[in-house]
Design a protein around this ligand. Sequence first.
Ligand code: ATP
Length: 330
Amino acid sequence: MPQILVEDLKKSFFVSQRSSGFFGSVKGLVQRKTTIVHALKGVSFSVEQGELVGYIGPNGAGKSTTIKILSGILVPTSGTCIIGGRTPWKDRIRHVSRIGVVFGQRSQLWWDLPVIESFDLLRDIYRVPDSGYRKTRQEMIDLLSLESFLYTPVRQLSLGQRMRCDFAAAMLHRPEILFLDEPTIGLDAVSKLAVRKFIKTLNKTHQVTTILTTHDMDDIEALCDRVIIIGGGEILCDGTLTALRSQVSSRRYLRIDLINDDFFFEEEGVNIISKDGRTVTLAFDPTKLSAASLISQVTSKNEVADLFVENPPIEEIVAELYAKSGGILY
Ligand SMILES: Nc1ncnc2c1ncn2[C@@H]1O[C@H](COP(=O)(O)OP(=O)(O)OP(=O)(O)O)[C@@H](O)[C@H]1O
C-alpha cells in the first residue's frame, strides 16, 4: 500500500459574485449570484514512502487545493485520500502529528516572539518529548545555520532567514511526510540553494516523503526524480523528468559560442532558434540527426569557441504539455 493514495479527488468552491458600484452592492444584499469553481476534477495519484515528488502546473491549476486537502485543512467535495492509513480531514489531530507543512507565502511562527520561543511553543503543541525535541532542534539549527538569529523576533528576520526557521519548525515533531507549497518563492539564490540542500538531506538521510509545489523549475531539476503535472484541476502527466521530456518531444538544443560574428549553416530539420551576438542556438531532433554529426557539420563551416548540447527548459515542456491538453498558457 503506498504511503499516500489519492483517488478521484474533487473539490468545488462556491463563489459569490457581486456587481460593482453602489446599486450593485444593494442588489447583492437581496439577490446574490453564485458561480462554482471546479478546482479539482478527479485527481488520482499515489506516492511511496521516501519519494520526493514535484507537483507543478500553471497558476490556478489546483496545486494548493490538493496540498490543503492532503494536509487536512480542506475537505474535498468527493474522492478518497489515505495517508499512512489516515483520512486527513477525518483524523486531523493524528494526521498533523505525522506531517510537516511549509507554505512559502505564510509562516507558522509567532511574529513577535524570538524564533526559539516559537520552537518551544510548537514542541508543546505537538507534545514532543523534551529529549527528542532538543536533539532535533539542534540538528535543525546546525543544518539550516540558524544559530545567529535564534533570539531575534520573527518579524525582524529576512525572508530567507524566516523560511529556514519555518523549515526547522515543520520538522521539530519529526514528521514522516512533508508538504511544501512554494517553499522557495521570493528567496535569493543563496537561500534557495540552502533550502534545496535541506530538502534533499531530509529526503535522503531521513527518508521523509516530500511533495513539493513550485513555479521554480530549477527546484524541480535539482530535487525531483518524479513530477506530477496538474492543469485545470486534472493530472496531465505523472512520471520521471526524462519520461516527461520524451512524451512532449525529443528536441534538443545546440548552443554555439562563435569566434566571429557570422554563422554559416543550413540543414533540413535543424532550426536556428536564436542568434544573440556570437551565441547561436539550434534546435534539432537527435533521433533524426545525432548531436555528433550536427557538431561536426557546424565546426566544419564555422570557427567555434565552445558548444553545449542542452535539453529544453522544463518550463517549455510544461507549457507544451499544457497547450496540448487544450489549456491556456500562463
Ligand atoms: N477558497 C477558495 N474559494 C474559491 N475559489 C478558490 C478557493 N481556493 C482556490 N480557489 C480556486 O480554485 C482554483 C485552484 O486554485 P489553487 O490555489 O489550488 O491553484 P494553484 O495551482 O495553487 O495556483 P497558484 O500557482 O497560483 O498558487 C483557482 O481557480 C482558484 O481561484
